[in-house]
Design a protein. Structure first.
Ligand code: NAP
Length: 417
């Protein structure tokens, strides 16, 4: 495929899907998007660390051939003001695996978030956020090491679907009239109105992805998080469809929590993944008091948004939380924080969110040794209290290093391992 501005590397091969499975060559071409604000600082640091970890793990046998793709401000400079060039989307679909820095949402009439547009255009329906504690990271919890969960958040539905009608507009009045007169609904005059679509299709494909992950990674449980006691036909339906997909499609791998108590005296049979559910509000409490009881979490869009950031705060905050967005096969890995414009170009911020998103990416393509090398190096360096400013202000005797300096320490630790 010929691109206008994107230059694919001359060496390396594309990742492919064969028989519904990702097929990754030893010399894959993977996409990266630098991002805006602090994006270039963290991306340049991370590319060096990822390459060092791959070289350490596989010598010359394996190497990533990086293809730079453009979104956001850098794209606007190259594509004549276009922040969201069509050929970048084509390239992500073609390469299947890409990693991106944060993107500015330009302020101005009707401009949609580039991240939301990307998710919707590529139908990246599952936002996946692992939340895990690394030794040495400052945490407000007494036993943060008990936290090791992976959140699967539905990315396309819920109150984020964009079905909102502003108070006072003709559309709002029309909908309000219909709801009052045809449906017998009662609500205050001039209320802004929003619609919360939760479908069987959207719920099941998200829960399916969470269960498949749990099976592949031999995790213990999948918890359906919902507020179905109040919103019965949306959040309650999500819970119902979640249990259905588990029983109908993964019956040999799963067991419900009720069955564990009824038939197995509260102890899950070996090899079975327990499917359970919890109400969203109690989930926030449980994840502070008894986080060790949870493993994979499946949530709708809004609950997952809140929960991901709240849990990230328990293990070091957004400067370190990794994430990815998936369609059936396409994976776009990303820093979960924003562009932090006040720090742009200062070589100051923590690159760990993007770094660990890269570790997730290597897990996704099956190069699991790379992620472990990165995690071990991180624990070694942070364990010596060598950290960027954000961690330094939570520690007593830290040595503060720059973004690139932190990467240098990680690379040394990788090479010495
Ligand atoms: P932000 O960029 O995430 O920054 C908020 C604060 O979080 C920073 O001031 C900093 O805290 C801390 N922080 C963020 N990244 C950090 C890092 N790598 N290391 C250490 N600390 C970090 O949020 P924002 O200021 O609300 O948003 C700025 C822009 O980013 C907006 O245009 C927004 O639309 C965009 N955004 C993009 C994404 C994305 O692309 N995924 C996500 C969120 C926001 P201190 O000031 O306390 O040091």
């Amino acid at each position: 495929m010929a691109y206008q501005h994107i230059k694919l590397p001359e060496t390396g091969e594309k990742v492919r899907v064969v028989d519904n499975k990702l097929q990754v060559p030893d010399q894959p071409i993977l996409g990266f998007i630098e991002g805006d604000g602090i994006g270039p600082d963290i991306t340049n640091a991370c590319l060096r660390v990822w390459d060092a970890a791959v070289a350490k793990a596989y010598g010359e046998r394996r190497k990533v051939h990086w293809a730079e793709l453009y979104l956001g401000e850098k794209a606007a400079g190259i594509y004549d003001g276009d922040y969201f060039p069509a050929e970048t989307l084509e390239a992500i679909q073609d390469l299947m695996v890409a990693i991106k820095g944060p993107l500015t949402t330009p302020v101005g009439g009707g401009f949609r978030s580039l991240n939301v547009s990307l998710r919707q255009t590529l139908d990246l329906y599952a936002c996946v956020r692992p939340v895990k504690y690394y030794q040495g990271v400052p945490s407000p919890l007494r036993k943060p090491e008990e936290i090791d969960v992976v959140i699967f958040r539905e990315n396309t539905e819920d109150v984020y679907a964009g079905l909102e009608y502003q108070s006072g507009t003709e559309e709002n009045k029309k909908l309000a009239k219909f709801l009052r007169e045809e449906m017998g609904a009662e609500f205050f005059q001039d209320a802004g109105l929003g619609i919360k679509p939760i479908s069987e299709f959207g719920s099941k494909r998200l829960v399916r992805k969470a269960i498949e992950f749990a099976i592949e990674k031999q995790r213990d449980s999948v918890t359906l998080v919902h507020k179905g006691n109040i919103m019965k036909f949306t959040e309650g339906a999500f819970r119902q469809w979640g249990y259905e997909v588990a029983a109908q499609e993964y019956g040999e791998h799963t067991i419900t929590e009720d069955e564990v108590w009824e038939k197995h005296d509260g102890k899950a049979p070996a090899g079975k993944i327990v499917i359970k559910d919890r109400i969203a509000d109690i989930m926030f409490q449980l994840m502070q008091l008894r986080p060790g009881e949870f493993d994979v979490l499946a949530t709708m869009n809004l609950n997952g948004d809140y929960l991901s950031d709240a849990l990230a705060a328990e293990v070091g905050g957004i400067g370190i939380a990794p994430g990815a967005n998936f369609a059936d096969h396409i994976g776009v890995f990303e820093a979960t924080h924003g562009t932090a414009p006040k720090y742009a170009g200062q070589d100051k911020v923590n690159p760990s969110s993007l770094l660990f998103s890269g570790a997730m990416m290597f897990d996704y393509i099956g190069w699991t040794e790379v992620g472990r090398l990165i995690e071990n190096a991180f624990e070694k360096v942070v364990g010596q209290q060598v950290v960027t400013y954000d961690f330094a202000r939570m520690l007593d005797n830290a040595t503060t290093v720059s973004t690139s300096g932190f990467a240098d320490h990680l690379i040394d630790a990788i090479n010495q391992s």
